[in-house]
Design a protein around this ligand. Structure first.
Ligand code: KIV
Ligand code: ZN
Length: 512
C-alpha cells in the first residue's frame, strides 16, 4: 500500500451517462485537456464499444493527452475489450476497465447468469485484457450489494489473472460510510492476494453520501484510488464529486495522511467547463465550486475574515482557482491577452484563422458588454465551434415583439445546411414564440424536458446562458446558448440542441 491517493476521473464516462449530459467528441477533448491541467492520474475517457462516437472520443483523447493514464470502460467480453484496446492504442499509458455485475439481483434478473458463469466470465475477461494492455481494472458491478463470499472468490481469481486495480462500486448509492469502509477492509483482509492490486472506491450519490462513503473506503478500508467526477456529475444523483473529495483529503491531511498529484488551482475552471458543456448548473451553495462557497454575507463573518482569514475559512479560495478568474477582459484587451486566456482555460484552437474568428466575436461581444468573464469566453468558443463545424442549424437573427396585454410574436432567421430560412410564430411569451418559430420550420417533434436560464456573471448586464434539453426517439440532448439577450440565447440553445439530435457523433449513453 502506498500513501498516494490516485484520482480517477470518470466525468467523460460515468458523468456523461447522465441523461442529457452527452458530449461531443470535441467537447470531451476540451474537458480531457482541463483534467490533464488538473493532473488527475487516470481519465476514463469513455466506453469505446458503446458507439462509434465514443470509440472516436477515447481514441482522440488517447492520442492527445500524454500525462494521465487513459482508460476505457468495457463489458467483460472479448469483443468489447478488443475494441477498448484498439481505441487506446495511441495512449502513453492505457488502462482497460472491465466490469460484470456480481450481486444476486443483477446476476439473476439482469444478466440471467449463474454465479459460476459470472465467475468464469470475469476471469476470462481479465485474462483476455491482460494480453492486450498491462494496466487492468476490474469492477464487480453492484459490488456493495454482492455476497462477500462470492465477491472474495471473484476478486481473488481476477487478481490471479492479472487485474492491477480492484474497484468496488456502490452502484446504486446504498452504502453508509462506516459500513462501506468496513466492507472494503473485510474484502482486503479476506482476499489472499489482495496486496497485489490497488483497491478503489466508486460511489454513487443516491443518499447524498458518495463523498463520505468514498472517504470511508479510503480511511477505514485502505483504498488508494477514488473514482469521481467534476461537479459530481453522473446518473441519477451523480457520482462522488472530485472537488469535494480532493479538497477534503488535502484540507484534512492531518487525518488522512495521503498525498495526491492534483493541482487544485484548476478545479474551478474544470467545474465551469463541465457545467457549461453539459448545461448542468452548479448550485450556489455547492462546496468548493459554488458561487457562495467562499462568500461571507453575515457581518460577523466578514469582520472575522478581515481580521484573520482562518476564523471562518478552512480553505484558501485561490487554492481552488477562484482568484485566477478575477482577471476580466474587456474591449481594450488585445489578441494576445485573449489568446493567453484561451490557453489558461484549456481551449486549444487548431489554427490562427480559428483564433482570429473567435477574437472577432470576442470584440463584438466586448462592444455590447463591458466586462468579459471566463464563462463568456467559453460560451463564445462553443458557439465558434458550432459555426466552424458547419452545423445543420445556425442562428442568424431574431426579432420579437411583446407588450402587456398582447400575445408576443417572434420572427427568426436561421440557416439549414447553409440555406437561410425564416420562421414566425406567436407564443405565450417571447421565448415561447421564438422556439415555436423555429419548430414551425424544423418540425423536429422533440419534447422539451428542461429549459433553464442562468446569468453568466451575476448582473443584468451579463450574458444570459440558456440550457435546453430535448428528447426525441429515446435520445436526450442538451443545447446551450449564450447572449446578452436571453430570447436570442434561448433560440441559440434550441438550435444547438436540434443539431445534437441530428448529429451521429453524439452517442446514446450505453448501459452495462
Ligand atoms: O456504478 C458502477 O457500478 C459503474 C461500474 C461500471 C464501474 O459505473
Ligand atoms: Zn458508476
Amino acid at each position: 500500500m502506498t500513501d498516494k491517493l490516485i484520482i480517477f476521473d470518470t466525468t467523460l464516462r460515468d458523468g456523461e451517462q447522465s441523461p442529457g449530459a452527452s458530449m461531443t467528441r470535441d467537447e470531451k477533448l476540451r474537458i480531457a485537456r482541463q483534467l490533464e491541467r488538473l493532473k488527475v492520474d487516470v481519465i476514463e475517457a469513455g466506453f469505446a464499444a458503446s458507439s462509434n462516437g465514443d470509440f472516436e472520443a477515447v481514441q482522440l483523447i488517447a492520442n492527445t493527452i500524454k500525462d494521465a493514464t487513459i482508460c476505457s470502460l468495457s463489458r467483460a467480453n472479448d469483443k468489447d475489450i478488443a475494441r477498448a484496446a484498439e481505441a487506446l492504442k495511441g495512449a502513453n499509458r492505457a488502462r482497460i476497465h472491465t466490469f460484470i455485475a456480481t450481486s444476486a439481483l443483477h446476476m439473476e434478473k439482469k444478466l440471467r447468469m449463474t454465479p459460476d458463469q459470472v465467475f468464469e466470465q470475469a476471469k476470462q475477461a481479465v485474462r483476455f485484457a491482460r494480453n492486450l494492455v498491462e494496466d487492468i481494472e476490474f469492477s464487480p458491478e453492484d459490488g456493495y450489494r454482492s455476497d462477500p463470499d462470492f465477491l472474495c472468490r471473484v476478486i481473488e481469481a481476477v487478481i490471479k489473472e492479472g487485474a492491477t486495480t480492484i474497484n468496488v462500486p456502490d452502484t446504486v448509492g446504498y452504502a453508509i460510510p462506516e459500513l462501506y469502509g468496513n466492507f472494503i477492509k473485510d474484502l482486503r483482509e479476506r482476499v489472499p492476494n489482495s496486496d497485489k492490486a490497488i483497491w478503489s472506491v466508486h460511489c454513487h450519490n443516491d443518499l447524498g453520501m458518495a463523498v463520505a462513503n468514498s472517504l470511508a473506503g479510503v480511511k477505514i478500508g485502505g483504498a488508494r484510488q477514488v473514482e469521481c467526477t467534476i461537479n459530481g456529475l453522473g446518473e441519477r444523483a451523480g457520482n462522488c464529486s472530485l472537488e469535494e473529495v480532493v479538497m477534503a483529503v488535502k484540507t484534512r491531511r492531518d487525518y488522512f495522511g495521503l498525498d495526491m498529484g492534483i493541482d487544485t488551482r484548476h478545479i474551478l475552471a474544470a467545474s465551469r467547463m463541465v457545467s457549461q458543456t453539459t448545461g448542468f448548473v452548479v448550485q450556489p451553495n455547492k462546496a468548493v465550486v459554488g458561487a457562495n462557497a467562499f462568500a461571507h454575507a453575515s457581518g460577523i463573518h466578514q469582520d472575522g475574515v478581515l481580521k484573520a482569514r482562518d476564523t471562518y475559512e478552512i480553505m484558501r479560495a485561490e487554492d481552488v482557482g477562484w482568484s485566477a478568474n478575477k482577471i476580466v477582459l474587456g474591449k481594450l484587451s488585445g489578441r494576445n491577452a485573449f489568446k493567453q486566456r484561451l490557453q489558461e482555460l484549456g481551449v486549444q484552437m487548431e489554427s490562427e484563422a480559428e483564433i482570429n474568428a473567435a477574437f472577432t466575436r470576442f470584440k463584438e461581444l466586448a462592444d455590447r458588454k463591458s466586462e468579459i468573464f471566463d464563462e463568456d469566453i467559453l460560451a463564445l468558443v462553443s458557439e465558434e465551434n458550432v459555426a466552424q463545424h458547419k452545423e445543420q442549424f445556425v442562428f442568424v437573427s431574431l426579432s420579437q415583439h411583446s407588450e402587456t396585454g398582447e400575445r408576443p410574436q417572434a420572427s427568426i432567421v436561421f440557416t439549414v445546411d447553409g440555406k437561410e430560412v425564416k420562421g414566425t410564430s406567436e407564443g405565450n411569451g417571447p421565448v415561447d414564440a421564438s422556439l415555436k418559430a423555429i419548430e414551425a420550420h424544423v418540425k423536429s417533434g422533440a419534447e422539451m424536458v428542461l429549459y433553464s436560464v442562468n446569468a453568466i456573471s451575476g448582473s443584468t448586464e451579463s450574458q444570459g446562458e440558456v440550457t435546453v434539453r430535448l428528447q426525441n426517439s429515446g435520445r436526450v440532448v442538451n443545447g446551450v446558448g449564450a447572449d446578452p439577450d436571453i430570447v436570442v440565447a434561448s433560440a441559440k440553445a434550441y438550435l444547438s440542441a436540434l443539431n445534437k439530435l441530428q448529429s451521429k457523433a453524439d452517442r446514446v449513453a450505453a448501459q452495462g
